[in-house]
Write a protein that binds this ligand. Structure first.
Ligand code: PLP
Length: 382
């Protein structure tokens, strides 16, 4: 039925396939009997296989079993879900937090819960696909502003006068590795809200790639020195720098209670297993107790960026451990990725429709050694 469409994708070099590894997630990975240095994951702090996460998760399985059995509103939640929410709120400096089963389900659940018919959403043109889908599911009017262009955003806002306006942005853009101008966006909302008795302008931040990475691990708001406000909603994931799985919404008490009562992906989906919540709790504790991990991540990032740019590559405005390398054509991206694999380096080619311009997406983690990064740079000197 879809065979012709698949052939067309293959002809354009756009057919995707899954690569299965047979080792734990980490800076080294094994696939089809071959070992690679892994520059392809979002496990920024190297926590995915950290013994404390494994041990906490193992203990939780012994206490709570594996499956959670139902949605949390039926009977699927355990005291570990509650503990994780309290710890997340504390970590993010908010009154309250709510766990979701993934970042994708968080964005597709929270956005329709906070934006309804008659509201307007302003969304950065490079926001993650899960935000795009969340916006599509909501009945609000969607307006796309140019990437990180605060002037364009302000101009578009001036033209709208409605009940509620919501600005949505990734904190760190997942394929470009650049950082949203959150201080400017925050100040814009602050000014707009200051004349109103009830704040009209909400700011929704997807901190999936900022949590554990920016602001000594606390995320984007800490990075910019912005305090949490009743009109800011932070979404983040446990699945990237925290090495676990799932996601959260963090914000003021009423907002989170509203989301709990209205986000369909929360209400109508089985809760995460308690052992996953246990691993996320352990990850938050590791980040707080071992600040050197975040420092190591940034030292590694500087080493990689220095070496890659010295070779003459364009890293497309990267400001974080996500380092895209511009390649020109799709074919070139595939060839470079293949060449890297032949040299023991795993770094994927990213092609349309995931991005407009093909690239190699390199992610550096705290688990890489200086020698790992040297190997990457050597393999990139084609
Ligand atoms: C910015 C951003 N938001 C949300 C998600 C979805 O998170 P998850 O992988 O937990 O579903 C991703 C995943 O890549 C992401 O990059």
């Amino acid at each position: 039925m879809f065979s012709e469409s698949l052939i067309r994708l293959k002809e354009k070099n756009l057919l995707r396939e899954i690569k299965n590894h047979n080792s734990p997630q980490g800076s080294r990975i094994s696939m089809n009997g071959k070992n690679y240095i892994n520059f392809s994951s979002n496990d920024y702090l190297g926590l995915a296989s950290q013994p404390r996460l494994i041990e906490s998760s193992r203990k939780a399985i012994e206490t709570f079993g594996f499956g959670s059995g139902a949605s949390r509103l039926l009977c699927g939640g355990s005291i570990l879900h509650d503990e994780l929410e309290k710890k997340t709120a504390e970590f993010k400096g908010t009154e309250s937090a709510l766990i979701f089963n993934s970042g994708y389900s968080a964005n597709t659940g929270i956005i329709p819960a906070i934006a309804d018919e008659g509201d307007v959403i302003f969304s950065d043109e490079l926001n993650h696909a899960s935000i795009v889908d969340g916006c599509r599911l909501s009945r609000a009017k969607k307006i796309i502003y140019r990437h990180k262009d605060i002037g364009h955003l302000s101009e578009l806002i001036k033209k709208e006068k409605v009940k509620r306006e919501i600005i949505i942005t990734d904190s760190v853009f997942s394929m470009d590795g650049d950082i949203a101008p959150l201080k400017d966006i925050y100040e814009l909302c602050l000014t707009l809200n200051s004349t109103l008795s009830i704040p009209n302008f909400l700011l929704y931040i997807d901190d999936a790639h900022g949590t554990g990475v920016l602001g000594q691990g606390k995320g984007a708001l800490a990075h910019f020195g912005i305090k949490s406000e009743p009109w800011i909603i932070q979404m983040g994931t446990f699945s990237k720098a925290l090495g676990s799985f799932g996601a959260f919404a963090a914000g003021n008490k009423d907002t989170i209670e509203w989301i709990l009562n209205t986000a369909r992906s929360f209400i109508f989906s089985t809760a995460l297993p308690s052992c996953v919540a246990a691993a996320s709790i352990a990850a938050l504790e590791v980040i707080e107790k071992e600040p050197e991990l975040v420092n190591k991540l940034w030292t590694n990032r500087e080493q990689a960026v220095h070496g890659i740019t010295k070779l003459g590559y364009d890293i497309m405005g990267s400001e974080t451990p996500i380092i895209p390398v511009r390649t020109g054509t799709v074919e070139e991206a595939l060839q470079i990725s293949q060449h890297l694999m032949e040299n023991g380096i795993l770094a994927p080619a990213i092609r349309p429709p995931s991005v407009r311009e093909p690239r190699i997406r390199i992610t550096v983690t705290a688990a890489h050694t200086a020698e790992d990064i040297e190997s990457l740079i050597k393999a990139l000197s084609l």
